[in-house]
Design a protein around this ligand. Structure first.
Ligand code: KG4
Ligand code: ZN
Length: 350
């Protein structure tokens, strides 16, 4: 089954053709990063307009790279939640209209389920159940993937996502946007023990965590140094921050791995590209004897290939949308985001 997938939940307009959920026939990512870098972060309205300009082009490119016409598609999928609502609506409506025009099914995909599915592309033998660490710009959680479309959230952030913290810290350190890759690079020349940063502990919820205190601590350190005229060890602070994020996530993941009885562990989302985190995950796997699946960097950030993979499994589970399918800014990973029912007719006031 060949699915054309569209991703437009944030600042990448992406299209891909995926075969049977596991094979990438094409994967086009058109990034708006340069535009948003001018503003120090994603401007939602500019993102939506950028998607409108790019969506037809990237779709044509994806079909051309796959060496097929649109008539050879079996279905069309698009990310429908969660994300920036205006941005999501562009991909969702484009995908829905294309599917309707072709007379093929439309499959709405949850963005975070898609991030997890990136692992099915990178590791064709990987099958649920397994444990995954989701760390993206908007989400940070430890998830048990019970089945391709069934998930249990075991722990997660109570406030900021890991990527959000990376982006804010990057702004304070003046390394620009997008913050994660730049902090990662800066940290490579730094001493991870240079600064002592706080770690979070949530009473009665040992698998939950928080990044807002850590983020504030870094911001205060930077501001204090500036006010006192002291030179900040920026590389040391970046390295200490990467270590603090890693030491928040990995021990909790390790607890889950040890207690779950599952041997397969993966990682998903933009922050899964972080080199300190990847090294620590490797060490965790060695300690526990777990099989670690780390997607290649090209599949960690937002892309449509992962959406096409998850779409296949949603299709097999019967999660197909209708022309009423809507997009949603928020949706739990366990929710079925298919809008199947007829919208209630508006009742006119007498
Ligand atoms: O998954 P993603 O591409 O988009 C969302 O679904 O949010 O994640 C984007 C996040 C951004 O916050 C970005 O700074 C972070 O992933 N990121 C990284 C790295 N590469 C991207 N964070 C740490 N280290 C990296 N190498
Ligand atoms: Zn994402």
């Amino acid at each position: 089954m060949r699915i054309l997938a569209i991703e437009s939940s944030c600042d990448e307009t992406a299209a891909a053709v995926i075969e049977d959920g596991r094979k990438i026939l094409s994967n086009i990512v058109d990034s708006q990063v340069e535009t948003h870098a001018l503003y120090g972060g994603v401007v939602p309205e500019i993102a939506s307009r950028g998607h409108m300009e790019a969506v037809c082009r990237v779709t044509r490119q994806a079909l051309a790279e796959a060496g097929m016409g649109q008539g050879a598609l079996d279905a069309v999928a698009a990310t429908c939640a969660p994300g920036l609502i205006g941005a999501l609506l562009v991909g969702a409506n484009f995908g829905k209209a294309l599917a309707y025009g072709l007379g093929k099914p439309f499959i709405p995909v949850h963005h975070i389920r898609g991030h997890i599915a990136a692992n099915y592309l990178a590791f064709p033998a990987l099958k649920p159940p397994f444990i995954t660490l989701v760390a993206s710009g908007g989400h940070s959680m430890i998830v048990r993937v019970d089945d391709y479309t069934s998930f249990s959230v075991l722990g997660g952030t109570r406030d900021d996502a890991a990527g959000e913290a990376f982006d804010k810290v990057a702004r304070v350190l003046g390394v620009g946007y997008p913050g994660g890759p730049k902090i990662d690079k800066l940290a490579q020349g730094g001493d991870p023990g240079a600064y002592k940063l706080p770690s979070s502990h949530i009473k009665d919820a040992p698998l939950d965590f928080s990044f807002s205190g850590l983020k504030t601590a870094v911001i205060n350190l930077a501001h204090n140094a500036e006010q006192k005229g002291e030179t900040l060890d920026r590389a040391g602070l970046a390295a200490s921050f990467c270590r603090a994020v890693t030491e928040t996530l990995v021990p909790r993941l390790e607890t889950v791995v040890r207690e779950s009885g599952l041997r397969d562990v993966s990682c998903a989302g933009g922050v899964a590209a972080n080199s300190v985190l990847r090294t620590a995950l490797g060490q965790m796997a060695a300690r526990t004897g777990a099989n670690l699946y780390l997607p290649p960097l090209s599949l960690c950030g937002d892309n449509a290939a992962m959406i096409g993979s998850q779409a296949y499994f949603e299709y097999l589970a019967g999660n197909v949308g209708t022309t009423l399918q809507n997009a949603f800014a928020t949706a739990d990973i366990g929710e079925n985001i298919c809008t199947k029912s007829e919208r209630k007719p508006l009742v006119k006031k007498p």
